[in-house]
Design a protein around this ligand. Structure first.
Ligand SMILES: [Zn+2]
Length: 390
């Protein structure tokens, strides 16, 4: 049995008092993080060594118990408080192993309000039990049957609280069967048609809010940059931009989840392009935002296939999917990005996106037969499902 992590995310509906309590928990986390980081730096300056986690932990206990000015930290869950030290410890490990930047002090303005509880968080009857706070109502659209490993509470730009629960899934280590080619689909993604399929399924047009959301976001961001640095008006505009961004991201997420669930339910195997390197080759920021959005869509397809014991095959991004004639095998090097259709010298007429989808499917099946498709990427990756509820 192989273990996989899965993340559920729910929107919370705290009462006013609970909302204040959640804010205080996040405030305690920030305070402890900054205190521990200061202690770490001081210790390092004197001894040239990292402060041991156990020492930091007992110093924290003493700080909470004995100092009257930090007595308010007692209101926070002790496991959540100790978790902060573990998070800092991990941040330093990642830094020393050159996987991350040096841990920084957290500011109320810059950093999102959040905290993490390692255990004891349970979902029941449309509520989540938060230690020291009690049952907080959530918009629950799905049952969580697995045991919760940890829970993260985070406040969005518009003040909404979300809870993310990490659970562990056990998956049998049996090979995924070879798919029926008739039930294998190739998918080409784009900004006009979001998804074009290699069979008779009608293309899914990109939703209107994609374009509209991006335009609104750009406008909000321009307003922020025009306003005077440090001014109240700038801070207000920045808050507004963050809300626009979050709304857009939520809408996109919902759309992608619905589509990826539908696709995985319909086919035995799914073939898509691998965009992982594409973002690096692009220069325009808007393009790389789109690539990131497609990347998220593919990530959903990958893990949903994995859970349903199906293949998800990713094709090399240099594969000329929209330029290759499947009749004569010629490659059209004159094709530009704006060409929606083209005629091959062999007189075959091609619809660009449909051709790409068919070529992606054929290449995927070829890779699978040659044993080059490999297993879906799964190392340490967390699979997220979100059920925000409206
Ligand atoms: Zn041809």
């Amino acid at each position: 049995m192989a273990k996989h992590r899965k993340v559920y995310r729910f929107r919370m509906k705290p009462t006013t008092a609970q909302g204040h309590a959640l804010n205080r928990m996040a405030g305690a986390r920030r305070f402890i993080w900054n205190w521990a980081l200061r202690r770490w730096k001081d210790h390092y300056a004197v001894t040239g060594k990292s402060i041991p986690l156990a020492q930091l932990s007992s110093e924290l206990t003493a700080l909470i118990k004995k100092q009257p000015e930090t007595a308010w930290l007692k209101d926070a869950d002790s496991q959540a408080s100790q978790q902060v030290l573990k998070d800092l410890h991990r941040a330093f490990t990642n830094f020393f192993e050159k996987r991350a930047r040096s841990p920084k002090f957290k500011s109320r303005k810059r950093d999102k309000a959040r905290f993490r509880i390692p255990q004891r968080v349970k979902i029941k009857d449309g509520g989540v039990f938060v230690p020291k706070i009690g049952d907080v109502r959530i918009f629950q659209s799905q049952d969580v049957t697995e045991e919760t490993k940890s829970a993260t509470f985070q406040r969005g730009a518009d003040g909404t609280w979300y809870v993310s629960l990490v659970v562990e899934l056990e998956m049998p280590d049996i090979p995924i069967p070879m798919p029926d080619p008739a039930k294998t689909v190739g998918i080409d993604v784009g900004l006009i048609d979001y998804a074009t399929f290699s069979d008779t399924t009608l293309p899914v047009p990109a939703p209107k809010f994609f374009r509209k959301g991006q335009r609104k976001l750009r406008k909000a961001q321009r307003t922020v940059s025009r306003r005077q640095k440090g001014s109240k008006r700038k801070a207000k505009a920045a808050r507004k931009a963050a809300i626009v961004h979050q709304k857009f991201a939520d809408q996109r997420w919902d759309f992608q989840h619905k589509l990826s669930t539908k696709i995985v339910g319909q086919y035995a195997a799914v073939c898509v392009e691998d965009l992982s390197l594409k973002g690096l080759a692009r220069t325009k920021p808007a393009k790389s935002i789109n690539d990131a959005a497609f990347g998220e869509f593919f990530r959903q397809l990958r893990y949903k296939c994995l859970w349903n014991h199906k293949h998800c095959i990713q094709i090399d991004r240099f594969f000329p999917s929209s330029r290759l004639c499947h009749v004569c095998g010629a490659t059209n090097d004159r094709l530009t990005l704006s060409d929606r259709e083209w005629d091959c010298d062999c007189t075959t007429h091609h619809q660009r996106d449909f051709l790409a989808a068919c070529n992606i499917r054929d290449e995927g099946l070829r890779m699978l037969a040659a044993g080059q498709a490999g297993e879906p990427k799964r190392s340490g990756r967390q699979c997220r499902t979100r059920h925000a509820g409206q």
